[in-house]
Design a protein around this ligand. Sequence first.
Ligand code: FES
Length: 156
Amino acid sequence: MPTNDTEPVRTRRSLLDLLLGVGFIGFAASALYPVLRYLKPMASAGPGGPLKLTADEVGKLAKEHSIITRLGTGRVLVFEDAQQNLRALDARCTHEGCTVQYVPGDSVIWCACHNGRYDLDGRVLAGPPPRPLALYGCTRDPDGSVTIQPPKKGES
Ligand code: FES
């Protein structure tokens, strides 16, 4: 009785072809995704529209006294100062764009990249940043939610 020696080879070859195909598709997707993201940036939150923080963000803000959130394509630093006033500033350092952070102990906004320092209104105190951080409106609503208002055109 004749045996079919090619059957296991064909099965292994099919499996290898399948794995190569899946690998190629994964590689192509990982190469195309950044290009597509570049061509189609993230959706904006609207032209100058306000942003309401989520319940999770409000909880984190209460616990950690500062959060970074997204507003359109930008990042906003929302923090609570020593007098428990809410404030919001553009989180992008005006020097080279690193994300700034609130340092409650020193009452400053600090950029770790080149030791840039801003006061709580976003004015430059020290370091290389050439301009102040844009100041956003920030209000706590009666229901406990927090709303961020982008700066008006021309303000920064
Ligand atoms: S990027 Fe912030 S100080 Fe340089």
